[in-house]
Design a protein around this ligand. Structure first.
Ligand code: SF4
Length: 135
């Protein structure tokens, strides 16, 4: 399945944000100051390049609401494996590409993600190479 960038939702867990960062990225990803301490800066750079939707969710209910938003046809979810399983089932029939995150500080704290895997997954589901000019 291939979708347009505006039909792809990249769904991220709150624990990807550095625990000492007070920016309200759950409310709006644009709140991120792009300091680079956590992976959100790099994922925002991918968003700027490809134009997909992006949401940081604090829990399953918030994530499901984002998945069910009008116009979302495919989801790329980053989370721990149990949450990914639950999310894939909850999102049916919408397809979910799942990228497990890494937990160098233990569960639910300052998690990380392989950005090359995220970008490869994004490119695998977009209709064309949608990189924006100059991005
Ligand atoms: S990149 Fe910096 S400003 Fe953005 S969410 Fe992470 S720690 Fe906060």
């Amino acid at each position: 399945m291939r979708v347009r960038p505006d039909e792809l939702l990249v769904l991220l867990p709150r624990c990807l944000q550095n625990e000492d960062c007070g920016r309200a990225v759950q409310k709006d990803v644009e709140e991120c100051a792009r300091c680079g301490v956590c992976p959100l800066r790099s994922i925002l750079a991918l968003r700027d390049r490809y134009g997909f939707r992006m949401k940081v969710a604090g829990g399953g209910r918030e994530a499901l609401a984002a998945v069910q938003a009008p116009g979302v046809r495919a989801v790329l979810a980053v989370a721990c494996v149990p949450e990914l399983y639950a999310g894939i089932l909850a999102a049916l029939p919408k397809p979910v590409l799942a990228v497990p995150h890494e937990q160098p500080c233990g569960p639910c704290r300052n998690t990380r993600v392989d950005l090359a895997r995220v970008e490869a997954a994004i490119r695998s589901v977009l209709e064309h190479d949608n990189r924006r000019e100059g991005a």
